[in-house]
Design a protein around this ligand. Structure first.
Ligand code: FES
Ligand code: FES
Length: 159
Protein backbone atom coordinates (compact mmCIF):
# COMPACT_ATOMS: atom_id res chain seq x y z
CA UNK A 1 0.00 0.00 0.00
CA UNK A 2 1.33 3.44 -0.91
CA UNK A 3 1.91 5.65 2.08
CA UNK A 4 3.57 8.98 2.87
CA UNK A 5 5.99 8.65 5.76
CA UNK A 6 7.98 11.30 7.60
CA UNK A 7 11.62 10.32 8.08
CA UNK A 8 14.10 12.18 10.26
CA UNK A 9 17.56 11.44 8.89
CA UNK A 10 20.72 12.99 10.25
CA UNK A 11 18.64 15.84 11.65
CA UNK A 12 16.78 16.61 8.41
CA UNK A 13 13.11 15.81 7.79
CA UNK A 14 11.99 14.06 4.60
CA UNK A 15 8.49 13.18 3.41
CA UNK A 16 8.62 9.99 1.36
CA UNK A 17 5.74 8.48 -0.58
CA UNK A 18 6.29 4.83 -1.48
CA UNK A 19 4.97 1.36 -0.88
CA UNK A 20 5.00 1.03 2.90
CA UNK A 21 6.96 -2.23 2.69
CA UNK A 22 9.83 -0.67 0.74
CA UNK A 23 13.08 -1.40 2.59
CA UNK A 24 14.59 1.67 4.23
CA UNK A 25 17.85 0.96 2.39
CA UNK A 26 16.13 1.44 -0.97
CA UNK A 27 14.58 4.71 0.18
CA UNK A 28 17.92 6.00 1.43
CA UNK A 29 19.86 5.11 -1.68
CA UNK A 30 17.33 5.40 -4.49
CA UNK A 31 14.89 8.07 -3.28
CA UNK A 32 17.00 10.31 -1.06
CA UNK A 33 20.38 9.80 -2.78
CA UNK A 34 22.05 8.88 0.53
CA UNK A 35 24.42 6.25 -0.83
CA UNK A 36 26.68 5.60 2.16
CA UNK A 37 24.60 2.68 3.41
CA UNK A 38 25.37 -0.32 1.22
CA UNK A 39 23.49 -3.35 -0.04
CA UNK A 40 25.34 -6.59 0.63
CA UNK A 41 23.12 -9.57 1.30
CA UNK A 42 19.63 -8.17 1.94
CA UNK A 43 19.24 -10.80 4.66
CA UNK A 44 20.68 -9.28 7.87
CA UNK A 45 23.82 -11.33 7.34
CA UNK A 46 26.56 -8.82 6.45
CA UNK A 47 25.91 -5.47 8.16
CA UNK A 48 26.75 -3.37 5.10
CA UNK A 49 23.40 -1.60 5.41
CA UNK A 50 23.56 -0.83 9.14
CA UNK A 51 22.07 2.47 10.24
CA UNK A 52 21.00 3.76 13.64
CA UNK A 53 17.28 3.98 14.37
CA UNK A 54 16.66 5.87 17.58
CA UNK A 55 20.28 5.14 18.41
CA UNK A 56 20.07 1.38 17.88
CA UNK A 57 22.01 -0.40 15.11
CA UNK A 58 19.40 -1.63 12.63
CA UNK A 59 19.53 -3.45 9.31
CA UNK A 60 18.19 -1.03 6.69
CA UNK A 61 17.86 -3.87 4.17
CA UNK A 62 14.95 -5.46 6.01
CA UNK A 63 13.47 -2.51 7.86
CA UNK A 64 10.28 -1.37 6.14
CA UNK A 65 9.57 2.26 5.41
CA UNK A 66 6.51 2.25 7.66
CA UNK A 67 8.55 0.95 10.58
CA UNK A 68 10.75 4.05 10.36
CA UNK A 69 7.99 6.65 10.52
CA UNK A 70 8.90 9.42 12.94
CA UNK A 71 12.05 7.70 14.16
CA UNK A 72 15.48 9.36 14.29
CA UNK A 73 17.67 7.72 11.66
CA UNK A 74 21.44 8.18 11.45
CA UNK A 75 23.57 7.19 8.50
CA UNK A 76 27.28 7.49 7.82
CA UNK A 77 26.65 10.75 5.96
CA UNK A 78 25.84 12.25 9.36
CA UNK A 79 29.37 11.50 10.58
CA UNK A 80 30.66 14.01 8.02
CA UNK A 81 27.96 16.63 8.49
CA UNK A 82 29.63 18.83 11.11
CA UNK A 83 32.45 21.31 10.67
CA UNK A 84 34.88 18.51 11.48
CA UNK A 85 34.36 14.80 10.84
CA UNK A 86 33.24 12.59 13.72
CA UNK A 87 36.26 11.25 15.67
CA UNK A 88 35.47 7.77 14.37
CA UNK A 89 36.09 8.94 10.81
CA UNK A 90 39.40 10.53 11.78
CA UNK A 91 40.44 7.44 13.71
CA UNK A 92 39.57 5.03 10.89
CA UNK A 93 41.60 7.16 8.49
CA UNK A 94 44.46 7.36 10.98
CA UNK A 95 44.58 3.60 11.44
CA UNK A 96 44.06 2.96 7.71
CA UNK A 97 41.25 0.73 8.87
CA UNK A 98 39.54 0.31 5.52
CA UNK A 99 40.66 -1.38 2.35
CA UNK A 100 37.87 -1.55 -0.23
CA UNK A 101 35.61 0.34 2.18
CA UNK A 102 32.43 -1.51 1.27
CA UNK A 103 31.70 -2.55 4.85
CA UNK A 104 32.83 0.67 6.49
CA UNK A 105 29.70 2.80 6.63
CA UNK A 106 27.82 0.07 8.47
CA UNK A 107 30.71 -0.60 10.83
CA UNK A 108 31.04 3.09 11.64
CA UNK A 109 27.40 3.20 12.70
CA UNK A 110 27.71 0.22 15.03
CA UNK A 111 30.88 1.75 16.46
CA UNK A 112 29.07 5.05 17.01
CA UNK A 113 26.29 3.30 18.91
CA UNK A 114 28.86 1.50 21.04
CA UNK A 115 30.75 4.67 21.96
CA UNK A 116 27.52 6.48 22.78
CA UNK A 117 26.59 3.88 25.39
CA UNK A 118 30.11 2.75 26.34
CA UNK A 119 32.57 5.64 25.94
CA UNK A 120 35.56 3.61 27.14
CA UNK A 121 34.90 0.11 25.80
CA UNK A 122 36.99 -2.95 26.48
CA UNK A 123 38.46 -4.61 23.40
CA UNK A 124 36.03 -7.51 23.80
CA UNK A 125 33.11 -5.09 23.76
CA UNK A 126 34.33 -3.55 20.49
CA UNK A 127 34.73 -6.98 18.93
CA UNK A 128 31.21 -7.91 20.05
CA UNK A 129 29.77 -4.66 18.64
CA UNK A 130 31.40 -5.29 15.25
CA UNK A 131 30.49 -8.97 15.21
CA UNK A 132 27.40 -8.55 12.96
CA UNK A 133 29.62 -7.08 10.23
CA UNK A 134 31.43 -9.00 7.53
CA UNK A 135 34.65 -7.54 6.14
CA UNK A 136 36.02 -9.66 3.37
CA UNK A 137 39.22 -7.57 3.28
CA UNK A 138 40.25 -8.78 6.72
CA UNK A 139 40.63 -5.28 8.11
CA UNK A 140 38.85 -6.03 11.41
CA UNK A 141 41.96 -5.83 13.64
CA UNK A 142 42.70 -2.31 12.42
CA UNK A 143 39.03 -1.38 12.83
CA UNK A 144 39.13 -2.45 16.46
CA UNK A 145 42.23 -0.29 16.94
CA UNK A 146 40.44 2.59 15.22
CA UNK A 147 37.48 2.37 17.59
CA UNK A 148 39.90 2.39 20.53
CA UNK A 149 41.61 5.43 19.02
CA UNK A 150 38.29 7.23 18.57
CA UNK A 151 37.35 6.49 22.18
CA UNK A 152 40.63 8.02 23.34
CA UNK A 153 40.07 11.09 21.18
CA UNK A 154 36.54 11.55 22.46
CA UNK A 155 37.88 11.33 26.01
CA UNK A 156 40.43 14.03 25.21
CA UNK A 157 43.37 11.63 25.43
CA UNK A 158 46.26 11.54 22.96
CA UNK A 159 45.85 9.22 19.97
S1 FES B 1 22.59 -5.82 3.26
FE1 FES B 1 21.64 -5.66 5.18
S2 FES B 1 22.73 -7.09 6.39
FE2 FES B 1 23.56 -7.38 4.42
S1 FES C 1 37.27 -2.99 3.93
FE1 FES C 1 36.68 -4.23 2.25
S2 FES C 1 34.94 -5.36 2.99
FE2 FES C 1 35.72 -4.31 4.70
Amino acid sequence: MMRTVTLHINGATHMVTADEDTPLLHVLRNTLDLKASRFGCGLEQCGACMVLVDGKPSYACTLSLWQCADTAIETAEGLMAGETPHPLVTAFLGEQAGQCGYCLSGILMSAKALLTHTPTPQRAEIIAALEPHLCRCGAQPRMVQAVERAARAMAGEPA
